[in-house]
Design a binder for this molecule. Structure first.
Ligand SMILES: *[C@@H]1O[C@H](CO)[C@@H](O)[C@H](O)[C@H]1NC(C)=O
Ligand SMILES: *[C@@H]1O[C@H](CO)[C@@H](O)[C@H](O)[C@H]1NC(C)=O
Ligand SMILES: *[C@@H]1O[C@H](CO)[C@@H](O)[C@H](O)[C@H]1NC(C)=O
Ligand SMILES: *[C@@H]1O[C@H](CO)[C@@H](O)[C@H](O)[C@H]1NC(C)=O
Length: 361
C-alpha cells in the first residue's frame, strides 16, 4: 500500500481532528479553586466533566475520602464527606460536600477523573471568629480631651482585620494601631484608637476575616462634657468697662462740683454787688423817708414793668406789711454813712437777712 504525497494533508487533518477532540472530551472543571469557610460550616466544591467518564475520586489533604462512579453508587470514607449529581441523573456535574469543617480539613482538595482527564486541586481555608470587646465600656470625658479606646479580639484565626467607626463612619486608619499575638492556633489582637473628644460619639470596633459575611463588633458610647464658658474673659471685660464707667462718672462729678462752686461764688459776688447798690439806693431814699413817712413798700396795682429783684422785694413788703412800718425806725436811728457801713458789715457777717430788711426800705 502506497500513500501518495497528495494524501498527506488529509491525514494531517484527520490526526489534528482526533487529537483535539480527544483533549476536548477529557476536559473538566473544579470550582471554586479557593474557598474560605468558618469552622463548623459545610463547604461544597463542584466538578463539571465533559464526555463519558467512569470513576471520579476526591482527596482531602492528600487522603482519598470519596469515590463517585458515573452510575452514582457513591462510596464515602466517612459521613463527613458526601457527593451527588448537581441535577439528578445528569453525570456531567458532581457536587462534593465536606460537612462540619474543622481546621484539620484545611488544605488542598483534589478531584481526579479516571482516564485521561487528570486531576484538579482547590484550596480550602478554615477560619475562626473569636470575640471583640472594647475595654472600659462607656466613657465620659471633657471636651477636647484626648481619648483612647482599646479593642481586644481573642481567639481568631487567621489575624482579623480590625477597623473602627465613629457614629457609623469609618475612622481614618492613621488614628489607630493594631498589634497581634499568636496564642496556639489562634491570634489575640489589640487595636488602640486615639482621638480628641469633640462631641458625643458612638465608637465601634469591628473585626473580620474573609470567611465572615458580617464583621463582629463591639461598641461603646463616648459622652463629651462641654467646656464651661470662659468666664475670665467676661469678667475682665465687665471689670474694665465698669472701671471706665466709674472713672467717667468721677470726672463728670468733679467737673459738676467745680461748676457748682464757681456758680455759687459768682452768685455770692452778684449778691454782694446787688447789696451794695441797694444800700446806696436806700441811703439816698432815707433822707426822703425821714421827711415824709411814705410807704415805700406800696406798689400801685397798675404797675407792670418792674425788675424781678424789685418785684420780689415788693412782694415781700406787701406780704409783711407791718415790718415795713418798722423799718423807718431802724433807718432813723442810723446815719446815712453808718447805714452803708452797716450794710457791708452785715453781709460779711451772718446777719444777711437782717440786712435785707434794711435795704428793702
Ligand atoms: C453604654 O451606652 C449605651 C448607649 O448610651 C447604653 O445603651 C448602654 O447601656 C451603656 N452601657 C453601659 C455598660 O453602661
Ligand atoms: C487620613 O489621614 C491622613 C493624615 O492625617 C491623610 O493624609 C489622609 O488623607 C486621611 N485619609 C482619609 C481617607 O481621610
Ligand atoms: C501607632 O504607632 C506608631 C509607631 O509606634 C506611633 O507613632 C503612632 O503614634 C501610633 N498611633 C496611634 C494612634 O496609637
Ligand atoms: C489571648 O487572650 C486570652 C484571653 O484573654 C488569654 O488567656 C491568652 O493568654 C491570650 N494569649 C496571648 C498570647 O496573649
Amino acid at each position: 500500500m502506497t500513500i501518495s504525497w497528495k494524501s498527506w494533508p488529509t491525514l494531517l487533518h484527520i490526526c489534528l481532528f482526533l487529537c483535539t477532540t480527544g483533549v476536548e472530551s477529557q476536559k473538566f472543571q473544579l470550582q471554586p479553586l479557593n474557598r474560605a469557610v468558618l469552622q463548623g460550616s459545610d463547604v461544597q466544591f463542584s466538578s463539571t466533566v465533559e464526555g463519558n467518564w467512569q470513576v471520579m475520586t476526591w482527596h482531602v489533604r492528600g487522603f482519598l475520602v470519596l469515590t463517585v462512579p458515573a452510575d452514582n453508587n457513591v462510596t464515602s470514607s466517612s459521613t463527613q464527606f458526601s457527593a451527588r449529581f448537581c441535577s439528578a441523573g445528569d453525570p456531567r456535574c458532581v457536587e462534593f460536600t465536606i460537612h462540619n469543617v474543622t481546621r484539620k480539613d484545611a488544605g488542598p482538595v483534589m478531584c481526579t477523573v479516571q482516564g485521561e482527564y487528570g486531576s484538579k486541586t482547590a484550596q480550602l481555608s478554615v477560619q475562626e471568629s473569636g470575640t471583640v470587646n472594647i475595654l472600659g465600656g462607656n466613657m465620659t470625658v471633657d471636651q477636647d480631651q484626648q481619648v483612647e479606646f482599646q479593642c481586644v479580639t481573642i481567639a481568631w484565626f487567621p489575624i482579623p482585620t480590625i477597623s473602627w467607626t465613629q457614629n457609623s463612619h469609618a475612622v481614618n486608619s492613621s488614628l489607630y494601631n493594631t498589634s497581634s499575638v499568636k496564642d496556639g492556633d489562634y491570634f489575640n489582637s489589640t487595636s488602640v484608637l486615639k482621638f480628641q473628644a469633640v462631641r458625643n460619639t458612638m465608637v465601634e470596633c469591628q473585626a473580620t476575616v474573609p470567611a465572615l459575611t458580617n464583621p463582629q463588633s463591639s461598641s461603646v458610647s463616648l459622652v463629651v462634657v462641654p467646656k464651661p464658658p470662659d468666664w475670665t474673659v467676661l469678667i475682665a471685660v465687665v471689670v474694665s468697662f465698669g472701671g471706665l464707667a466709674l472713672l467717667v462718672l468721677l470726672i463728670i462729678g468733679i467737673i459738676f462740683c467745680c461748676k457748682r462752686r464757681k456758680e455759687k461764688q459768682s452768685n455770692y459776688q452778684d449778691e454782694m454787688r446787688r447789696v451794695r447798690t441797694q444800700s446806696q439806693i436806700s441811703t439816698v431814699s432815707a433822707a426822703g423817708l425821714r421827711r415824709a413817712q411814705v410807704n415805700a413798700g406800696f406798689v400801685p396795682e397798675g404797675q407792670t414793668s418792674i425788675a424781678p429783684s424789685e418785684l420780689t422785694d415788693s412782694d415781700f413788703c406787701q406780704a409783711n406789711g407791718p415790718n415795713v412800718f418798722e423799718m423807718p425806725d431802724i433807718l432813723n436811728t442810723s446815719q446815712t454813712g453808718n447805714s452803708f457801713n452797716r450794710a457791708q458789715h452785715t453781709v460779711d457777717g451772718s446777719g444777711f437777712r437782717k440786712h435785707r430788711h434794711v435795704t428793702i426800705v
